[in-house]
Design a protein around this ligand. Structure first.
Ligand code: C5J
Length: 223
């Protein structure tokens, strides 16, 4: 049905249509989140990211209980890097490039240990796992067709990092006509000021990219 539930949110209540909603969990990968991974090796404080793992796991349990489709993304490239533009590979730390051997296997390469999703957020059989070569989830993936096939118009977002892959994916989804809600305590950045600014940007100007709310507000509104 198209019956909507009003979820209190920034900048005003989000009209969630449960029968047309999917959960999107962005890049909850060991290499970004776990101590000893790629993110850690680059000098980032991963404790901020490990701290949201339980909230993302609770959100997954909630979505599964509701029967929502669940889409997990992984930032990843083919082993031959044919889907990694040189401009992406050459960016940043010359000692740790995409495809190089990192602390948890080859960096951002499909099938490597660090590319896997953290244990507590592991996809279940039947859930969609999307390998995406970009920061956003639409570039070079089948996700638009997958969502159309499922009849989804509303997307609830979680994952890392807020201002990079989560925000890019939300902006891409917003341009494609999806109504997007970010779960504030189920997303995180290495930089707290970037997380706060990303949420401000998303919700500014009457929700120019979408809405944001805490997990408990979503679950209470749907109870
Ligand atoms: C993600 C990144 N997943 N920060 N990647 O946000 O490069």
């Amino acid at each position: 049905s198209d019956i909507a539930v009003a979820v209190p949110a920034r900048p005003y209540p989000y009209a969630l249509v449960p029968d047309r909603t999917a959960l999107v969990v962005i890049d909850m990968q060991r290499d970004f989140i776990e101590p000893g991974g790629f993110g850690d090796a680059l000098g980032n404080d991963v404790t901020r990211l490990t701290a949201i793992v339980p909230a993302v796991a609770r959100l997954l349990a909630f979505a599964r209980g509701r029967g929502w489709p669940v889409i997990h993304t992984r930032e990843s490239h083919r082993p031959d890097l044919s889907d990694c533009p040189p401009a992406k590979r050459l960016r940043g730390n010359a000692a740790l490039r995409i495809g190089d051997e990192g602390p948890m296997g080859r960096i951002l390469v499909q099938g490597e240990p660090g590319n896997a999703i953290v244990e507590a957020c592991m996809p279940l059989p039947g859930e969609i796992v999307l390998d995406k070569p970009g920061k956003g989830m639409f570039w070079n993936t089948a996700v638009h067709d997958i969502l159309a096939g499922l009849g989804v118009s509303h997307l609830v977002f979680a994952g890392v990092t807020t201002e990079v892959c989560v925000q890019t994916s939300m902006r891409e989804a917003n341009d494609r006509g999806f109504e997007c809600l970010l779960i504030e305590d189920a997303t995180e950045s290495y930089f707290p000021q970037f997380k706060a600014a990303a949420i401000e940007m998303i919700t500014a100007q009457g929700g120019i990219v979408g809405w944001a709310t805490p997990l408990a507000t979503l679950t209470e509104a749907c109870a």
